[in-house]
Design a binder for this molecule. Structure first.
Ligand code: URA
Length: 238
């Protein structure tokens, strides 16, 4: 990434505001390659220099990638005047990093949501031609069967005439629970596809997106940083 202002580098970790970072530097608590930094305007390359704050490595990363287990009842948005958003589930130091959700889940949908400030990656993952697979678990108010599987495989036409790409419908148990794999992401897509087959979705959860699977250790509302391996797999910058 090259050289960047020290106050900006410190603030980008989310641990301090820009003002607090300047103050730390002024107090001589920030060392660059062993020498106390003089001011926030001083520049350093975190990949080439050792930056210590109070003796501990800065741990700077250019981008942040968070896996959230979205609970029902929160909006996939960065802010809303009335309702809780997925950003409200994160602590202040993460909220300060300019994260945005990659794609959206309905308010009542649960499951895997990726949040990042790597705009280029978000753009790539969301581009219609990337066809990133998304896997959903759904409970439906009726039993689905082979005719529904064939319709999904052929490409469902929604009530407004929109034609969906072929999708996989896997029946679980008696067929009232299913796994659906989409290669695109249209508004309320699963609910509308199931509606076109005369059913209604009672519960919906995203369990995978591309190479990322929802971590079973994450409870609803919990989050964790992606591992380095996951970041590489989705094409981010570790
Ligand atoms: N399809 C839906 O209907 N809702 C979602 O949240 C995601 C996919």
């Amino acid at each position: 990434m090259g050289k960047e202002r020290l106050d900006k580098l410190l603030a980008a970790t989310g641990r301090w505001s820009r003002r607090e970072a300047k103050e730390l530097i002024r107090q001589g608590r920030v060392l660059v390659d062993g020498a106390a930094a003089g001011s926030g305007e001083e520049k350093a390359d975190p990949a080439a220099s050792e930056i210590l704050v109070d003796g501990l490595p800065l741990g700077y990363r250019e981008y942040t990638y968070i896996m959230l287990h979205k609970p029902a009842g929160v909006l996939t948005a960065t802010e809303d005047r009335r309702q809780r958003t997925v950003l409200d589930l994160l602590p202040p130091e993460l909220r300060r990093r300019g994260l945005s959700p990659v794609g959206r889940l309905d308010r009542d949908t649960e499951g895997l949501l990726l949040l990042t400030n790597d705009g280029a990656l978000a753009h790539r993952l969301l581009a219609p031609r990337s066809h990133v697979d998304k896997v959903y678990y759904a409970r439906v108010d009726r039993v689905l069967g082979p005719a529904d599987q064939a319709a999904f495989a052929a490409g469902i036409t929604l009530e407004d005439g929109l034609v969906c790409m072929p999708a996989e419908l896997k029946l679980l148990g008696d067929g009232s629970e299913v796994l659906v794999t989409l290669h695109e992401g249209k508004f309320h897509q699963i609910k509308r596809m199931i509606a076109s087959r005369g059913g209604a979705v009672c519960y919906l959860k995203r369990i995978a997106m591309g190479p990322l699977a929802l971590d079973p250790a994450l409870d609803r509302g919990e989050y964790r940083a992606l591992t380095e391996e996951e970041v590489v797999k989705i094409g981010g910058k570790p």
